[in-house]
Design a protein around this ligand. Structure first.
Ligand SMILES: [Fe+2]
Ligand SMILES: [Fe+2]
Length: 481
């Protein structure tokens, strides 16, 4: 069977030869009904009968891997698709650098690898749970379609990780796959594994910020797992990244369209004060200061996903060849890092200072720095949107010490510009840095559905181009009668 074309003859479309792999096929078929139960009970609420114009991955050929069609979400073909195997691929980093990439898991790394796969896997269904109710307040059918596209693909990413668990981890893999359907975002007794994935996504601004910031953490994690010496993991992550790009597109253009609408409305109404929240809100748009606060929140929550700046776990998974750095193969160094150091921001005698740490233990810090640079490029593009309207306002990433719960700065209070302060002062200033309950209420008051083709809610601009080049009045979702 070709690695490019996908076998649709089995219940589970795949390019991993499942028909000849009866044990794994049966294990996945046994897992499937539980997945569908989860999708129906924790996936998009209320739109399971709607016809949604979705893309489905039908190939892993970069030139044409997806096909668009109207489909009911529960009938989406969640498949297992790995990027083609690269002939002669070697392990690109760590103590096994240069050895042939593993097709089976080396026994000594089994536990470490399982943990990496489970943590990645857990984030995928979590975001679907977080976004469960957003369809009810979609600002347009276009946006609703994008939400559901992200949701079905996060579902497929769960499948991707579950396949690895079933195929390579035997009984404990099956147990972990089961657990992935049991945990719930925000649950008190069985929460999802990482903090940001237990936060609420109550409105569409949160959704766009989440797909910009938190899906971008996902991208960085997948990029570093795509470097893995364990070849099946590398290949599955490489294909997931193809889909992930759309999720970040949704976030970036979503926020960009909100900014544009706000600025245009300000210009039309002659509102000049960028800090006059009430004047902006009176126009039925989201004010610029609130946009900055939402950015502060989502960026700081997403930074926590990178873990501790200095971490022996991260060093171990790098050393063992399981998880590399962002674009590992393009970095010019020895890829073993035994002698190198990396600058890490740390608290030293009550001050934030840059300290050289062994590069191996600073792997998380480095990935987080790459993430910040990637975020900054997006912020620059948002600022261009604002600039083009002539409104004198700029969005900024807050300091990495601001509002942290994990790592070096979890124990201190810092302002968005990185000044350390006592908790009393921080608490008093908090509402000017992070969305307050009143800000949340205001955003909630704007969340009214707009289900007419070609129409958009008052607070968001229409996109410049349609999905799959469809015209502006295209009916992206046909709601069930
Ligand atoms: Fe994902
Ligand atoms: Fe994603």
């Amino acid at each position: 069977m070709s690695v490019i074309n996908v076998d649709y003859s089995t219940k589970i479309p795949n390019n991993v030869g499942l028909t000849e792999d009866r044990t794994v096929l049966r294990a996945l078929e046994r897992w499937h009904p539980g997945y569908l139960d989860w999708w129906m009970s924790r996936g998009p609420d209320g739109y399971q009968d709607a016809l949604v114009y979705l893309r489905t991955a039908v190939s892993v050929d970069p030139k044409g891997w997806a096909k668009f069609d109207y489909i009911k979400m529960p009938q989406y073909r969640w498949g297992i698709l790995l990027a083609p195997q690269q002939e002669g691929r070697t392990i690109p980093f760590g103590t096994h650098k240069g050895e042939p990439a593993w097709q089976e898991i080396p026994g000594e790394y089994r536990a470490m690898l399982r943990r990496l796969v489970v943590i990645q896997g857990d984030t995928e269904p979590a975001s679907v749970e977080q976004q469960r109710y957003l369809g009810k307040t979609a600002p347009s059918l276009y946006d609703m379609r994008n939400l559901f596209q992200v949701n079905v693909e996060e579902g497929r990413h769960l499948w991707a990780m579950v396949y690895i668990l079933h195929k390579y981890f035997g009984r404990d893999g099956r147990e972990e796959a089961e657990e992935l359907l049991q945990r719930r975002s925000g649950s008190a007794d069985k929460p999802r594994m990482l903090g940001a994935f237990n936060e609420a996504t109550p409105d569409w601004l949160s959704f766009f910020m989440f797909t910009f910031f938190t899906d971008r953490d996902g991208k960085m994690q997948l990029e570093s797992l795509a470097q893995s010496g364990f070849d099946p993991l590398s290949r599955t992550c490489r294909f997931m990244l193809t889909e992930e790009a759309h999720h970040m597109f949704v976030g970036e253009t979503g926020v960009g369209r909100i900014l544009q609408r706000t600025c245009e409305a300000m210009k039309e109404a002659g509102v000049e004060d960028v800090n006059d929240i009430q004047a902006q809100r009176a126009l039925g748009v989201i004010d610029l200061p609130t946009m900055q606060k939402k950015l502060n929140l989502h960026y700081s929550l997403s930074l926590d996903l990178f873990g501790s700046e200095v971490s022996t776990n991260a060093a171990n998974s790098f050393n063992s060849g399981l998880k590399g750095r962002f674009q590992e193969t393009k970095i010019e160094d020895d890829h073993t890092l035994e002698q190198s150091s990396y600058p890490v921001l740390k608290l030293v005698d009550g001050e934030i200072k840059r300290v050289d740490e062994p590069a191996l233990t600073a792997i998380n810090m480095r990935l987080r720095d790459d993430y910040t640079a990637d975020c900054q490029r997006g912020i620059d593009r948002w600022n261009k949107v604002i600039e083009r309207t002539g409104i004198p306002f700029r969005l900024q990433l807050p300091h990495v010490a601001f509002h942290r719960r994990i790592g070096e700065f979890a124990s201190v209070c810092a302002s968005p510009t990185g000044e350390l302060m006592d908790s009393g002062n921080w608490e008093r200033a908090k509402d000017s840095w992070l969305p307050s309950p009143a800000d949340g209420d205001f955003i909630a008051s704007l969340m009214r559905p707009q289900y007419e083709p070609a129409k958009f809610a008052s607070w968001i601009e229409a996109p410049r181009v349609g999905i799959d080049n469809k015209p502006g009045d295209f009916e992206y979702v046909k709601l069930a009668a």
